[in-house]
Design a protein around this ligand. Sequence first.
Ligand code: SDX
Length: 392
Amino acid sequence: QTGYITIDAGYKNTGATKSAITFLDGEEGVLNYRGYSIEELAEKSSFLEVAYLLIYGELPTQEQFSAFEHEITTHTLVNEDMRKIFEGFPVNAHPMGVLSSLVSAMSAFYPETLDLDSPETTELHIIRLLSKLPTIATWSYKKSQGHPVNYPKNSLDYCSNFLSMMFSLPVAEYKVDPVVSAALNKLLILHADHEQNCSTSTVRLVGSSQANIYSSISSGISALWGPLHGGANQEVIEMLEAIKNDGGDVQKYVDMAKDKSSGFRLFGFGHRVYKNFDPRAKIIKKAADDVLNKLGINDPVLEIAQKLEKAALEDPYFVSRKLYPNVDFYSGIIYRALGIPTNMFTVMFAIGRLPGWIAQWKEMRANKEPIGRPRQVYVGAPRRDYVAISER
Ligand code: SDX
């Protein structure tokens, strides 16, 4: 009976769906959103415009973009009762745990027709997620600083609003530096979608049972939190800091990563699909240099990262396994330069990936894909009779 089932652990060679959203070629290091290259989009577009492109399939006209941006801007406020849920979290709660909980709680605040086949309400839920995620995301940081949360401002664009909510104080308005806002736009664009990665597959699987969009996105945030996935960007900086504090001996850590018994991996290295360079890492590495120079920041961790990359790329263990820096290797260095704390890095990844998750969820629903339910090969005990506890 199990003869016809083949196991593909981690779905390394299994296609789960057909999608028209993102194309990536692991051999050539190509990544396109709806046919446009990330190199062009990172240079010429904005994160909100890329969100529109991913979700609706085309670059917006000026009129379409203005209407979309107005919708987003006028939904950035969060129901005050959501703050009561937030107040219950301890000050040291990890921002990813807070974010996934509050996004799931949104299903209780916006229950009107979570039935997925009413396009208008689905659109409204999509606008609410895009507009409120940044607002919610900043709460954890403000609480960790003992500062009051900030309300969004309708006068600011998407990235500037996030930065202002993060860093403004009642006593001093944060002045958004265009260099910082441009760097954030670029980073969010580069994280916006990545075909069927772990968290996106999670969003599709949860959505395939016709669970509502808030529950589906909350599941994606949970999957992204893992250190092998989006959580790697926090691990990378903690690893680089450890190397710096340990005298900067990168070779010692490269050697440790080659010794399987150490259980240590070089975070920010390797990728299931990219067996050459990760095109996002190339752009982010260059951007890290630019942003730090423009902001006049000399971060010793950047130098450690460059030394570590060089040591690994000259080591046969990594070269033979085609392990190159991935999107998470340099991104944390830019987040640090923008003043974002390490435990918020994966939240930044979630803000960036949200339009991709939404686009993929919408596509799965529009294509009326069947509920996901993989099979297994049973390797447990054969059938046996119950034994009374007195006889065990
Ligand atoms: C993201 O899928 C996506 O698209 C994800 C993502 C996205 O945009 O959504 O790109 C974002 O998650 C990027 C990856 C972030 N994770 C990390 O940086 C964590 C460190 N990297 C890995 O753990 C690993 O490389 C993965 C998880 C990224 C990929 O894992 P695979 O494809 O299952 O590869 P594997 O674990 O089977 O490794 C193959 C070999 C193994 O050695 P051998 O058994 O062949 O001897 O390479 C080794 C591994 O031990 N290896 C590493 C390594 N990564 C793989 N050895 C040391 N350090 C590493 N980082």
